[in-house]
Design a protein around this ligand. Structure first.
Ligand code: ZN
Length: 295
């Protein structure tokens, strides 16, 4: 295998993290950023993001899925609350504008609207906006940050579980920041490679798979937003609302834990529907980083 590319944050030469289990995974010895090296090719990524990849998150329904909408809306609502501490109050006659990048089915827009935001969603996947009421589906744009230009500068741009998927996270953060007004806030949520579960599970951690190209920690994600020219406002634990259907569907397709996969499949089969779809109290999973555009 060719020697890995230098760490994009500190230029050090990374080391293989788990040479036996994941020979594509490296970690910077200095800043601890983890990343895929080499990254999968476009063709490999297309295969990874096949119908099955999305079905694990509930995309197979396509149409409205009330239970999935409930948990996504509750989770994004919690994230928004922490961002609103920094975006300030809406001025009279001027709405606060937010863009959710990679918003999937778009259920997060329900939370934004409920909290008084003027919302827009950006999503390359074909199912973008499926299941949203028509007036919100109309706020969805099929595409990526490469081509999107908002009509007005934004108060908030959020990327929830997106940054670990992109080829060049620093470039993506800069693109997102360019859409903000001065003083506007960027919100990034992703998994945390230094979390207790990551440390405990080692190579079997659920997030170690080929769709994830980057593995940040609070320190490395803070460094990334700084490097992209933003002022970090803090890192907090991401509290997320799940239900059994959602969690078991992800575990049922995971490759790192054969026993968990089997249990998940069984629980999907045996648990009554109302229990599968009941929202759980919020659980800590990953982190949220907030940063401000100054100029
Ligand atoms: Zn580094």
């Amino acid at each position: 295998m060719s020697s890995p590319s230098p760490c994009p944050l500190c230029d050090s030469t990374p080391e293989r993290m788990f040479p036996q289990a994941h020979d594509w995974l490296v970690r910077c010895p200095r800043c601890r950023l983890g990343f895929a090296d080499p990254q999968p090719t476009d063709a490999q990524l297309a295969e990874i993001y096949s119908a099955e990849y999305y079905s694990q998150f509930g995309y197979q329904q396509g149409a409205a899925d009330a239970a999935l909408a409930r948990i996504k809306r509750a989770t994004y609502g919690r994230f928004l609350r922490s961002a609103e501490k920094f975006t300030g109050k809406p001025a009279p006659g001027r709405p606060r504008r937010l863009l959710e990048v990679g918003c999937g089915l778009g259920y997060s827009l329900l939370a934004g609207e409920a909290r008084g935001w003027e919302v827009a969603g950006l999503e390359p996947h074909a199912m973008a906006g499926a299941g949203l009421p028509a007036h919100l589906a109309a706020k969805m744009v099929r595409g990526t940050l490469d081509s999107y230009r908002p009509p007005e500068p934004l108060d908030l741009v959020s990327l929830i579980d997106v940054i670990e998927h992109v080829r060049d996270p620093l470039a993506t953060i800069r693109q997102a920041a360019d859409l903000l007004r001065p003083g506007g806030v960027l919100m990034l949520a992703t998994n945390d490679v230094t979390s207790r579960s990551a440390r405990r599970l080692g190579p079997r951690w659920v997030h170690f798979h080929r769709a994830h190209l980057w593995y940040f920690s609070p320190a490395t994600l803070t460094r990334a937003v700084e490097k992209a020219g933003l002022t970090p406002l803090g890192v907090r634990t991401a509290w997320r609302v799940y239900n059994l259907q959602y969690v078991a569907s992800i575990l049922a397709t995971g490759a790192n834990f054969p026993l968990a996969r089997m249990m998940a499949r069984l629980s999907l089969k045996l648990t009554p529907r109302f229990l599968r779809l009941m929202s759980w109290p919020p659980l800590p999973e990953g982190m949220v980083v907030l940063a401000r555009r100054e100029g």
